[in-house]
Design a binder for this molecule. Sequence first.
Ligand SMILES: Cc1cc2nc3c(=O)[nH]c(=O)nc-3n(C[C@H](O)[C@H](O)[C@H](O)COP(=O)(O)OP(=O)(O)OC[C@H]3O[C@@H](n4cnc5c(N)ncnc54)[C@H](O)[C@@H]3O)c2cc1C
Length: 389
Amino acid sequence: MSAEYDVIVVGLGGMGSAAAYALASRGQRVLGIEQFGPAHSMGSSHGGTRLVRKAYFERPDYVPLLVRSYQLWDELSAAVGTRLLTRCGALMIGRPDSAVVSGTLESARRWSLPHEVLDSAGLRARYPQFALPEDQLAVFEADAGFVSPETTVRAHLELAAAAGAELRFDTLVEQLEVGSDGVHLVAGGEELHAPRAVIATGAWAGRLTGPDGYPIKAQRQTVHWFRPLTAVTDYDPDRFPVYLWSLPVAPGAQRLEIYGFPHQPGEEGVKSALYHDWSEPDVNPDTVRRTVSESEQAALRQLLSGTIPGLAGDCVTSQVCLYPATPDDDFLLGVHPGSEGRLVLALGFSGHGFKFVPVVGEIVADLVVDGATRHDIGFLSPERYAVRR
Ligand SMILES: Cc1cc2nc3c(=O)[nH]c(=O)nc-3n(C[C@H](O)[C@H](O)[C@H](O)COP(=O)(O)OP(=O)(O)OC[C@H]3O[C@@H](n4cnc5c(N)ncnc54)[C@H](O)[C@@H]3O)c2cc1C
């Protein structure tokens, strides 16, 4: 048997690295295990940027978690001496009755979050890059912006190691069993044991939670960088916010949303993507197609030509990334039922989890160390999908 650990964290991506840091900084003896290298580009936490906002159209229940996450983003920035969250503002765009606009306004009003509503003339005056039709609106949230997933993962890994965590990379956890004396794992052929474990395995959730475990499906998503048709400085963060645009579709048709970011220093193009490419089938994360076709790039350029025409230039590059999604698209965060608190799950963060990374780390540490958390996460409970082990 190996050295004594209080807790083993499986997966050191966005959530696992935050959990390892939060646990180690509470004096836990932490072993973190990752199948790839630090801040790799095989899962869900790469691609240079992640949108962060508080006025949450997906569900107002998330807002208190985001308020805390914002505090922790600032604390993390202070801890590493780098500003991680750039507050360039965000535009949530669409018809007034779209889920994006109506949901954003509902959250903003319920939680008294500062915001502005801009019509097409108002938006054209402030951000002329956007061609907003008369029957659509834009909700502007000044305190929103973006973070870098890779920089964040590295920051959490460095802080976790500095707080005493042992981190193993390029090591696959093959098996995991919950027993009366704790959790038994096999990683890289070595048997390991600890009283507690955390599963933060993203798109690979199915591997350790068992075939009839949680209904988390991995979906392939693509992101693209386009060369602007106008000066790239027109898309700098002080002139161009992050955005999510709900495009009108025929009644009953799948939702169609694009999102994007300001130009990043050192990047040749400006990043944008479909928010949720529903046409993509569930995939096996080990065999998923990781190349992007010209037709995928052309499809998005076509959408940009009617919305942000100055961005509909040549596609410079593209990347594949994975959404680990639950059927209701809400996260799966909490104690695995039937494990008597020995197994904590941080899974199913789909395409909207990164902005929660610091508070997820805090919640996981609460659950491991105290068996409970002050945060209201009932709506994210694994109970709703649980198959008892
Ligand atoms: C294209 C795209 C755009 C997105 N945009 C946004 C956005 O703008 N804003 C936002 O808030 N969110 C966004 N998200 C969502 C966000 O990025 C994810 O929710 C978040 O990164 C999930 O983190 P994770 O830790 O669950 O997964 P990951 O970071 O993938 O971590 C899981 C880790 O577990 C490891 N692992 C798995 N199985 C094992 C095993 N058996 N042994 C050892 N290691 C293992 C994997 O290698 C991986 O490193 C986006 C996601 C994608 C894909």
